[in-house]
Design a protein around this ligand. Structure first.
Ligand code: FES
Length: 158
């Protein structure tokens, strides 16, 4: 009976088990090799730094406002110095627009006055004032992770 079955399929049970073992060994070896390659890459997510250069002070003449959309910040230059206000709405993170009286969020209508204080809409907090410092190469640096009290100005050395 066994030889009749062999003639039907053309492969013996012993050969089948040998091939299955070989296939399993090859698949296991490939999984080990894939694991080795995967382990060689660190499982780290690189995030953008919260500190970034915004250029030299002369790029911010008194009386100007620059909106850095990609960084989510406005840079104001006044007689008193420079200040940076976050352009990220404190409601759900949309980028606010500058208006004649302050800022307005296009998403759900939050309104802020010129100092970033909430004056309407669902925003739970004021817009953040962000620290400005100077890099050793003379350029200005904003750190979006460092909030400072509203009204704090960065004075340019005379
Ligand atoms: S995200 Fe700005 S009001 Fe909702």
């Amino acid at each position: 009976m066994n030889s009749a079955a062999n003639e039907k399929t053309g492969i013996s049970r012993r050969d089948f088990l040998g091939l299955a073992s070989l296939g399993t060994a090859i698949l296991s070896g490939l999984a080990v090799i894939a694991g080795i390659f995967r382990m060689s890459k660190p499982n780290v997510r690189y995030e953008e730094s919260t500190r970034f250069k915004i250029g030299k002070p002369e790029n911010f003449p008194v009386g100007t406002v620059k909106k850095l959309d990609d960084r989510g910040v406005f840079i104001f230059s006044t007689d008193d110095g420079l200040h940076a206000i976050s352009s990220v709405c404190t409601h759900l993170g949309c980028i606010v627009a500058l208006t004649e009286t302050g800022f307005q969020c296009p998403c759900h209508g939050s309104k802020y006055n010129g100092n970033g204080k909430v004056i309407g809409g669902p925003a739970p907090r004021n817009l953040a004032w962000l620290e400005i410092s100077r890099h050793v190469d003379g350029s200005l640096v904003v750190d979006t992770a460092k909030e400072i009290p509203a009204g704090t100005k960065f004075k340019l050395a005379v």
